[in-house]
Design a protein around this ligand. Structure first.
Ligand SMILES: [Cu+2]
Length: 190
């Protein structure tokens, strides 16, 4: 009990740190939908260049300020931790059509967002959604936009691959459980 309290105080004093990493492929022709997402306070968004053109990831208006500078080359990445609740619009300074918005929701408690650490990719997904967690993933549930459960699978590994090629195109909510904690992410299936 005392140890748990001390750990809680330690985490609180550190503030919110990045827990879930959301990936966005960043390339000429990326849609606004694919470049936009809603995340939790303290989460990280990582943009990965998937063509060989020069791009930037530059905030324009909103709660957060960031600028990758010009990066060129397949595989380049830029990350930003979103600590502030609200919406931030961003774009590529070279190709104005490349733009999106990141919306940050408040977390109910720091514990919720710090207990579960994982990343997932790609989003949107066509075939396989990969989830890498710091700890063992107990199980994963997937719900459609109507709240209907479409998958419930045991994992037992730190990496889970979900085969989604047979899923209908649309938005899905993926709930990841590790230990007593769970966290939901929103996935778009092409
Ligand atoms: Cu660009």
């Amino acid at each position: 009990m005392k140890g748990k309290l001390l750990l809680g105080m330690l985490l609180a004093s550190l503030g919110l740190s990045a827990q879930t990493t959301h990936h966005i492929d960043w390339f000429m022709g990326v849609s606004n939908t694919a470049a936009s997402m809603t995340i939790d306070q303290g989460d990280t968004v990582m943009w990965t260049w998937t063509d060989n053109l020069p791009h930037t990831v530059s905030s324009t208006t909103g709660t957060e300020t960031f600028d990758s500078g010009t990066l060129t080359g397949n595989g380049q990445t830029f990350s930003h931790v979103f600590d502030n609740v609200g919406e931030t619009n961003y774009k590529c300074n070279i190709h104005a059509m490349m733009q999106g918005a990141i919306t940050v929701d408040a977390v109910a408690g720091i514990k919720d967002n710090q207990a579960i650490i994982f990343e997932y990719f790609p989003n949107p997904v066509t075939d396989i959604l990969t989830i890498n967690a710091k700890d063992t993933i107990d199980h994963i549930e997937i719900y459609d936009v109507n709240g209907k459960e479409v998958m419930n699978s045991e994992s037992g590994n730190r990496t889970s691959k979900i085969y989604m090629s047979n899923y209908r195109a649309g938005t899905y909510f993926v709930k990841v459980f590790t230990g007593n904690e769970s966290k939901s992410i929103t996935i778009v299936k092409n």
